[in-house]
Design a protein. Structure first.
Length: 650
């Protein structure tokens, strides 16, 4: 099926309201005509996109291969229920990520975050946009939501927002909200317990103005207060403002890593109490100047103090070891001698149920350096053909593709990405959880680009009993997208002024009003039980489009066994970020870390989910709290429920 046929499907969807146009055409500098689909000639980047044409045979091949190879349950599907959810939200990027498409870092940002903002035991969604403001949607239960953005005061329509993180900074029982932005000031908002927020950024000391990206709440010094690590990419914009006040990107933005004057240090903020923070980056030795899009915390050496792994999207990653909550020491080469050169997303989890946390990083920029044919999507990129060693700043210690580090013993890792099958193409964020409730953590890697590139499907990896991951996005209905739509209207342009008006005018030779179509593409993800039916669903944050709410029908296809564990710290931070939980069921143990890391540019506070496979009871639960306290819950009151575990006071 070529682009034109797919476009016809999308036009039908537009006509019946499946794809909204509000905020798309109207977002341009000139007002949208009354009937844009009638007045504009439709232009597609490629008449016969090889990726689009290959979706059907790829689906057939994957289903045949996965069905033969998988020993785990896979007879269930995901269906996008966005239209039924009550959510009305469209991500809007800056012009540098849209009509102008410049090779800058604006196409990275549209985070998502989850938390129960009003204390009703339902988990609400915060969706981030660069233009037009963000959205907070309150859960009504059963996958239904209402828009409470204005009432909550969290729209931030004056910011170029990138990512969001929820965390209870004052231990008062409600999640507060931190949002990063590009040169419009980061924002910290305090929750008043009812789900209304107040901007306390300036007083708190966290209103940094720069090229911020990811945000991670964690308690690095174990004093019971959540600290904050904010990643800054580096200077990639000029002092020139475009439409709606965004700062226009530099033409050589992707050479910024070669120019020390453009480095922009990431920031470690220590929580001082009383809603005040202090920048302790230099004091603690955590001076991180890579082009950092995100980060994750994990106590890799099991000394009780959380460490940081910080991907570098244009160079070497950094592993910062926490030394007693006093200082951080960079020890990357000792533990991770080769790291992905263009790392974007990162997630630590136990893939083989040995109790040791493994680490997956996705490498986006290596693939952007060396476009490849479809048959090479699963191979490491050959960027040495495209970039010099000088541009790489030395590539001998890099992996050009995704990295998967299996922890073979405490503090010792081996890189096995190809052996376990986690290589893919154009990857962004990564989330991990047990989507088929069999006791093994599965993975979704959002994988895409948009205009002016072709469509590329997201990657869903089912864990085949800790031996290998099996691609299953077509098998489980993640791909193709709802109604087969891989395109949407991207931007209008009037070529009456000739080919100099826009590159599309020159490339197409057209002289009238054009409606340019571009490929849909996801950027971030979060896995949680959206409709509270016991199985895990998937939220996908889309670039220049509505999110996908992929609802699983697993519980309709099979009786599953699971346990949700919700932690409340007393001596520890109330969110219990950093806690290690072990669920023991018969002869099997399942370990998860409450790291808050739900996906790329996403930090959420949701219960831990344990699929139990065939086990019908849990023998005990062991919790290692961030404070250092250890607790055993010996009497577990049944499964297939939420279990609240409160840290002992003494």
């Amino acid at each position: 099926m070529n682009y034109r046929n797919l476009a016809r499907l999308t036009l039908i969807a537009l006509a019946i309201g499946l794809v909204g146009t509000s905020g798309d055409l109207a977002a341009q500098e000139s007002p949208a005509p009354a009937s844009p689909l009638d007045e504009f000639e439709h232009v597609y980047i490629s008449e016969d996109d090889p990726s689009a044409a290959s979706l059907e045979p790829r689906a057939k091949a994957q289903i045949e291969a996965a069905t033969a190879a998988l020993d785990v349950f896979h007879d269930f599907k995901f269906v996008d229920r966005y239209q039924q959810s009550g959510i009305d939200f469209t991500h809007r990027p800056t012009d540098d990520g849209l009509a102008n498409y410049a090779m800058v870092h604006y196409d990275h940002g549209n985070g998502v975050a989850l938390a129960d903002v009003d204390g009703d035991d339902l988990y609400d969604l915060y969706l981030v946009s660069q233009f037009g403001g963000n959205g907070l949607f309150r859960s009504l239960g059963n996958g239904k939501y209402e828009d409470i953005t204005e009432r909550a005061g969290v729209g931030l329509g004056d910011r170029i927002s990138i990512a969001a993180a929820f965390g209870d900074i004052d231990n008062d029982g409600d999640p507060d909200l931190f949002v990063t932005s590009v040169r419009t000031g980061n924002v910290l908002m305090e929750n008043d317990v009812t789900g209304k927020f107040k901007d306390i950024s300036a007083a708190a000391g966290v209103a940094h103005v720069g090229h911020s990206s990811g945000a991670v709440f964690f308690d690095y010094d174990r004093d019971g207060l959540l600290d904050l690590f904010v990643t800054n990419v580096g200077v990639y914009t000029q002092n020139v403002q475009g439409r709606e006040g965004y700062y226009v990107g530099m033409e050589d933005a992707f050479s910024g890593h070669l120019k020390p004057e453009r480095y922009e240090r990431s920031i470690l903020y220590r929580n001082l109490g009383g809603n005040r923070f202090a920048d302790v980056s230099e004091q603690t030795g955590l001076v991180e100047s890579g082009w950092n899009g995100d980060a994750t915390m994990m106590d890799f050496n099991r000394d009780g103090f959380p460490d940081l792994y910080v991907p570098n999207m244009q160079g070497d990653d950094s592993y910062w070891e926490n030394q007693g909550g006093k200082r951080f020491v960079e020890r990357t080469a000792e533990f991770f001698p080769k790291t992905s050169w263009g790392a974007m997303g990162v997630k630590a989890f136990d893939y083989d149920n040995d109790g040791l946390m493994d680490l997956l990083t996705t490498d986006m920029h290596s693939d952007m350096a060396d476009p490849v044919e479809q048959e090479r999507y699963k191979l490491k990129s050959r960027v040495e053909l495209a970039w010099s060693d000088e541009q790489l700043q030395g590539g001998a210690n890099n992996i050009f593709g995704n990295s998967f580090y299996r922890q073979v013993e405490p503090g010792k890792f081996e890189e096995i990405s190809d052996q376990v099958g986690v290589e893919n193409y154009w990857p962004w964020g990564v989330s991990a959880d047990d989507i088929n409730a069999d006791g093994w953590n599965d993975v979704i890697i959002v994988s895409s680009m948009n205009y002016p590139y072709h469509y590329h499907p997201n990657t869903l990896l089912l864990n085949n009993a800790g031996k290998k991951f099996i691609e299953s996005e077509f098998l489980l209905g993640i791909e193709p997208r709802v109604h087969g739509m891989i395109l949407r209207p991207w931007f209008p342009v009037d070529c009456a002024g000739g080919p100099s008006v826009h590159r599309v005018c020159a490339e197409s030779g057209k002289t009238g009003k054009l409606l340019v179509w571009g490929a849909l593409g996801s950027r971030t993800s979060a896995i949680f039980d959206l409709d509270d039916d016991g199985d895990l669903d998937i939220l996908l944050g889309e670039f220049n489009a509505q999110p996908q709410l992929l609802i699983s029908n697993l519980t309709e296809q099979k009786k599953i066994n699971y346990l949700k564990v919700r932690l409340r710290g007393t001596r520890s931070n109330r969110d219990a970020i950093g806690a290690r939980v072990t669920v023991v069921a018969g002869d099997r143990s399942y370990v998860k870390i409450n790291d808050g890391k739900s996906g790329y540019l996403a930090h959420s506070t949701v219960p831990l989910y344990f699929g139990l496979g065939e086990a019908t009871k849990v023998d005990r639960i062991e919790v290692e709290w961030p404070s250092g306290a250890k607790q055993t819950v010996a009497q577990v009151p049944g499964i297939n429920r939420m279990l609240d575990v409160v840290e002992p006071q003494e």
